[in-house]
Design a protein around this ligand. Sequence first.
Ligand code: PEP
Length: 250
Amino acid sequence: MRQKLVAGNWKMNGSKASIKELLDGIKKGIGDVVSAEVAVCPPFVYLADVEAQLTGTPVVWGAQNLSTEEKGAFTGEVAASMLNDFGCKYVIVGHSERRSLYGEDDALVATKFRVARAAGLKPILCIGESLDEREKSITNEVVARQIGAVIDLEGVSALTDGVIAYEPVWAIGTGKTATPEQAQEVHQFIRQRIAEKDASVAEKVQILYGGSMNAANASDLLAQSDIDGGLIGGASLKAEDFLTICRAAG
Ligand code: PEP
């Protein structure tokens, strides 16, 4: 039985004050979340505040990106060791915004997965098709290629050191959620694809859904047999909405 994970991706949102209010709200309600793991991924500059406010609570945290380099003259970059320094458990790699706005390709994302894993961080590997790719009926090809880049670099068993997040690009931040059936179909395909290489890895690996998951649609999505949690953008910025999703996860 795979544990469910609900992770909030705050993207480039928040202030010291708003983050304190959000975390106070989450901490107040977290006792009602029975079995799911709950994580938040703030912007880098707030990691110290988040660490201070969440240490000793059941809520864990992570970052939204990392450098492939260990240290040195890489202005503006943040190394895996620095994320460890601030107690991060997770780091998101290959979010569609990084892929589309900052030119991250499959090879770079796979390298980020490798660097995170080597540092003992759990990479949350984001994959998913664009609207154009869905309309061309190449969703399966796209997600297989994106996962394949990591498998080719690290081997299939590496996947259990991380988490996969299936995030159809057309559903991210648009309010257009995949139906539970649409999401389940792709999650099942991803798991089958991994099972072709290693059935026990496929059985163990957590596959989250992301893309306009909210308090109203979470329970139907999370009821699908291959959906092991959610990566939540907009709805993770309001404590009550985020907690409703976490409770729906169990
Ligand atoms: C995301 O950015 O990972 C995401 C799923 O965003 P939203 O929930 O806002 O669609």
